[in-house]
Design a protein around this ligand. Structure first.
Ligand code: GAR
Length: 202
């Protein structure tokens, strides 16, 4: 399975995929392309260090539909079969999502369907949640509404800040994201409505 990553910033989840690949933990999955929508995304340096081609498409200077058309063209050029959103802080158009139906993965730092959107940690703390965590899920047309594949819960501590909660959840994201890529590449994810079944290893 040839797959691409889309990222907007730090790229630590992208790095987790690079590292998992280097450890041989992504059999049958080939990371062929990075697309970033911000010029200063740290993910670019990670791609260069790992020898992965990257492309910058400036989301600040074009409409959403134009951005997605350009991204789709890049993905088609490198024959990508799946797309992994790794801290990609931007909505995709229905046209983009339809082009990769049940082939777009996202990692989100909360226990979906709780706390979707760009401020998951802040929202979890504001709601007084006693636990939070992360979710790896398929992307659909909504904001973090697609079928959930894997989740990891952790307790929220009484003196947690957005930063401390994010820092405790992040290592779990780094474990879950390569795991769902591995399962997708192995053909072990079956989507039925809003449920994702993880099929046994053959
Ligand atoms: C991660 O915590 C990811 O779950 C989150 O942004 C961070 C990106 O970190 N994504 C979202 O909030 C999407 N709604 P990274 O750039 O170091 O991977």
């Amino acid at each position: 399975m040839r797959f691409a990553v889309m990222a907007s910033g730090r790229g630590s989840n992208f790095q987790a995929l690079i590292d998992a690949r280097a450890r041989g933990e992504l059999p049958g999955a080939e990371l062929v392309q990075l697309i970033v929508n911000k010029r200063d995304a740290q993910a670019i340096g990670r791609a260069e260090a790992a020898g992965i081609p990257w492309e910058f498409i400036d989301s600040d200077v074009m409409a959403r539909a134009e951005f997605d058309r350009r991204a789709l063209a890049v993905l088609r050029d490198c024959s990508t079969e799946a797309v992994v959103l790794a801290g990609f802080m931007r909505l995709l158009t229905p046209e983009f999502i339809a082009a990769f139906r049940h082939r777009i993965l996202n990692i989100h730092p909360a226990l979906l369907p709780l706390f979707p959107g760009a401020h998951a940690h802040r929202d979890a703390l504001a709601a007084g949640a006693s636990e939070s965590g992360c979710s790896a899920h398929f992307v659909d047309d909504g904001i973090d509404t697609g079928p959930v594949i894997l989740q990891q819960a952790i307790p929220v501590l009484p003196d947690d800040t957005e930063e401390s909660l994010a820092a405790r959840i992040l290592p779990h994201e780094h474990r879950l994201l390569p795991e769902v890529v591995r399962l997708l590449a192995a053909g072990r994810l079956k989507v039925e409505g809003t449920t994702v079944w993880i099929l046994p290893e053959k």
